[in-house]
Design a protein around this ligand. Sequence first.
Ligand code: NAD
Length: 481
Amino acid sequence: MDLSYDKLFIGGDWVAPSSSRTIEVFSASTEEPIGRVPEAVDADVDAAVVAARTAFQDPTGWATWEPSARADAIERLATALDSRGTEMARRVSAQNGMPISIATMLEAAFPQVVLRYYAGLIRSAVLDETRDGLLGGKVRVRRTPVGVVGGIAPWNYPVTLAAFKLGPALAMGCTIVLKPSPETVLDAQLLAEAVAEAGLPPGVINIVQGGRETGAYLVQHPGIDKVAFTGSTAAGRQIAETCGRLLRPVTLELGGKSAAIVLDDADLGSNLENLFAATLLNNGQTCYLGTRVLAPASRYEEVVDTLTGFASSLQVGDALDPATQIGPMASARQRDRVESYIAKGRGDGARLTTGGGRPAGLDKGWFVEPTVFADVDNSSTIAQEEIFGPVLSVISYRDVDDAVRIANDSAFGLGGSVWTADPARGAEVAQRVQTGTIGVNAYTPDPVAPFGGVKDSGLGRELGPEGLASYQSVQSVYLQA
Ligand code: NAD
């Protein structure tokens, strides 16, 4: 793969960048260069924001269209992405190491599910209603688009997490400047091609490729009305500070360190596929994973053995190989970070039961073996900090109260899961966990359900009608009788 671009997608057109800076992209599996795109500098962000604002303020433009017309356009975008699905999966896999079997579902198909969901939602949404007041008059409540959105996505699910922002923003009539992560820019170029094919009005979607500085410049830009960010808690805090100072609406989907609570009646062995998706999906590079596995003291060794056997059985290899279950980390930096946590776990006295090193026979690529630590203390670094790699920590608990206490003893609160033979009991335990989302015997984020975190995992929600609400401005008009 060698994909070279020399233009940015701004104002519905492919335009020459204002500088000669480029972003080089490397294959996570082979470390070979696979493409380059121009890096957007401040002047390019300015142009993208002007294009988005012009499109938003056009008196007969996107924001004024009937919701059904916008829904049609969103569906055309979904169709344009459908026809690029194979290539999209390939680009994502090559860039960030996501196994192609997963990328095919979660990056090449799921984004369109999200887009179509919002197209459907806006067709039936009530955006203008009149209520009987309590003080004699009536009140008209109007929901209008919040304006020009600055959307910032991370590299782990670049297309899906862009769609989490595009779907509701477009449905409401907002326009958007999207900044992908520098690790995953080739998929964003393909997205731009789909936008062009779908015939969205110029300026409705603009893409600025760049790193942290480009993102920071976008966040504080005077032409932006709302920021939608997915990424690390550290960056989220900085963005929140800026938005706080500017009183600019912001949603933050940040990191996690969720708990997978195995109840004493669980049969993990019969549910390994769901367990994989809830704890190790995308090489552990998924924000909501239950990487702290809480096991009852009465069955502790059995759970450790099951996880150890399972982790060591996973096929590690080139992300583009359909048989691969665990691919490489997205970057050398990420691989080094995961390895430093593994060293820390060892140093802190946790018991390594499998993995811990680099897989034999894979000399190129940023691979880390699926790793399980037993006898992990919940207060230790590997239990408290997000590792973002294929590393599980198994923590012992006495009884369900103790399990809930440990689950909640975390700075984060994004995902989680409960594993049990009794789903009703699982649901009861789930509601005691301080987290934005949690699953019973599986963890499957569904577009209809609000997704997001509490505590250090973020602010606000994406997906569901709640996700649409965060792209709305609400006005009350008091009508005297
Ligand atoms: P990151 O915070 O380093 O970068 C994310 C994006 O923000 C990138 O596009 C980056 O260029 C940009 N950015 C970084 N600093 C910025 C700043 N100060 N101002 C503006 N933009 C800035 O995160 P990452 O390493 O790319 O992604 C991994 C992190 O994302 C993990 O912590 C993971 O948990 C989190 N994540 C959260 C969710 C969620 O929905 N809660 C989903 C996926 C990933």
